[in-house]
Design a protein around this ligand. Structure first.
Ligand code: GLC
Length: 478
């Protein structure tokens, strides 16, 4: 048993080395981790932020710092952190659709081609984890990141809060991080959502050993590319005020709660880094976004997505977006209790992890991507969000116990799944069998995070860190 866990941890650490990309720059070496060398051969925003947290937990926070620095080096001058920073390598570009041209030719500050949309913001959370694992908060690297992450959070408040009430929105399905989640599919049905016909034939994902029935459909891709085109037509993805003009404006609780959590953690880092202005404005952002979420909690403590354009509460969809609200600091006990119950013995309590979509949802599909399967990084983020929310001062003992029981059960399911199959991209909602791609960085990274949080696997993690160091190009760089 112990040896098997060790093998799993070493395997996960080797995945991080396998997906690693090291580039020489004018000032030294830059490193990031591809989500997967075949399916997702570039840098993805939240994948990299989660990998940075995994490196903290692996005891190699300096590598996590390099990951975050690479992510933010490609930040656009407007403050946008793109969901993808592309490379120019033909071999990578040939593996993935859509490439950079779909987004209208944008570039990050360091010149890398980037997409025009963002993803759930996790960088502030990752930066705090690095500082808590020994990175000096007053070092230039951390201070520089704090400034950039703050720019990104302020971009959210300036460019993605069209009503100015703290209800931040995303303008594209891929920005939710849960591509084909029911909330997205619901909005994609609208007859004002543009469609680019025929893009099914351009897809590359199905060439990488994943089955069509575990992936989003061609119709989904047609709308996703249609929306990308629309952003370009409306003046470009980084044009000020775009949000109010786009046909899709989805206020997704998962995204908002991570923004609030990221801002709260940035406030923490900025305070210890001696950046009081950033600390204050970050705390303010966290409060504002949390306040908007709290204001729409139902009497039983559920927070749902909103179709902002049509003023429609999307409360018919039961998805993982609701328990992820635990990341927003200071939500009422009722919300926390509801979230814990949902993932424990409620509608999202899957036998192999948190269901991304409840079984009684019209869009439930046990193996299709975000329509049901459990995703390892989500299980870890849900557990961490609940844990930190339960530890906030003033929580009632009952709610603390409810959360504790829910996390204990989820962790037991996760440990069993790891021992059985490691950490695939996602697990079939009913059978738990692995679906999607193997060797996914954020899945493997979450496995390391899960083990560290459990506190029983120090030796396995030490060996995993050694294995990473031995295999890593970054580690071997002068
Ligand atoms: C898919 C996932 C998204 C992830 C990306 C790269 O688009 O839905 O969450 O960031 O792949 O792994």
């Amino acid at each position: 048993m112990v040896n098997l866990m060790e093998r799993r941890m070493v395997g996960a650490a080797l995945d991080l080395a396998r997906n690693e990309v090291v580039a020489r720059t004018a000032t030294g070496f830059r490193a990031h981790t591809k989500p997967n060398v075949d399916l997702y051969p570039f840098l993805w925003d939240w994948d990299s932020a989660i990998v940075a947290m995994a490196f903290s937990d692996l005891g190699i926070p300096e590598r996590g710092l390099a990951e975050l620095r690479s992510l933010h080096a490609a930040q656009h001058e407007s403050g946008l952190v793109a969901h993808i920073a592309f490379s120019r390598a033909e071999s990578d570009l040939a593996r993935y659709f859509p490439g950079p041209d779909v987004w209208g030719g944008l570039h990050g500050r360091d010149g890398r081609p980037i997409s025009g949309i963002t993803q759930p913001p996790v960088s502030g959370i990752a930066l705090r984890s690095l500082v808590e694992h020994g990175i000096d908060p007053e070092s230039p690297g951390v201070r520089d990141l704090a400034i950039r992450i703050d720019e990104h959070h302020r971009w959210w408040m300036r460019e993605r809060d069209p009503a100015g009430d703290g209800n931040v929105v995303v303008l594209h399905g891929w920005s939710t991080g849960r591509d084909n989640a029911p909330e997205v599919l619901d909005l994609y049905r609208g007859n004002d959502i543009p469609v680019r016909r025929g893009v099914g034939a351009l897809r590359r994902d199905l060439a990488h050993g994943v089955s069509a029935d575990s992936r989003p459909t061609d119709e989904y891709y047609e709308r996703s590319i249609g929306l990308a085109d629309r952003g370009v037509e409306l003046g470009g993805w980084t044009s000020p005020g775009l949000a109010a003009r786009m046909p899709m404006q989805l206020s997704d609780p998962l995204v908002a709660a991570l923004l609030a959590g990221s801002a709260a953690d940035l406030a923490f880092v900025a305070r210890v880094a001696g950046l009081p202005r950033i600390a204050d404005s970050s705390a303010h952002i966290a409060q504002r976004v949390t306040g908007a979420l709290a204001a729409r909690a139902t009497s039983d403590g559920a927070i749902h997505a909103v179709d902002v354009r049509r003023g429609r509460l999307l409360d018919q969809h039961k998805t993982i977006t609701t328990p992820m609200t635990a990341w927003a600091p200071g939500l009422p006990d009722s919300v926390l209790a509801h979230n814990a119950q949902l993932i424990h013995d409620g509608d999202l309590g899957g036998a192999h992890g948190v269901l991304t979509t409840a079984r009684d949802s019209a869009w439930f599909d046990p193996q299709r991507y975000w329509q049901g399967p459990s995703w390892p990084h989500m299980d870890e983020l849900v557990a961490r969000g609940l844990q930190r929310s339960a530890s906030e001062p003033g929580r009632s003992p009952e709610v603390r116990r409810t959360v504790h029981d829910a996390i204990t059960e989820l962790d037991a399911r996760t440990s069993a799944a790891i021992l059985r199959d490691g950490s695939p991209e996602y697990r079939h909602a009913d059978t738990g069998v692995t679906v999607g791609k193997q060797h996914m960085s954020f899945s493997s990274g979450s496995q390391i995070m899960h083990a560290r949080r459990g506190g029983h696997h120090d030796e396995a993690l030490r060996r995993a860190a050694d294995a990473y160091r031995e295999a890593s190009v970054w580690h071997a760089a002068p």
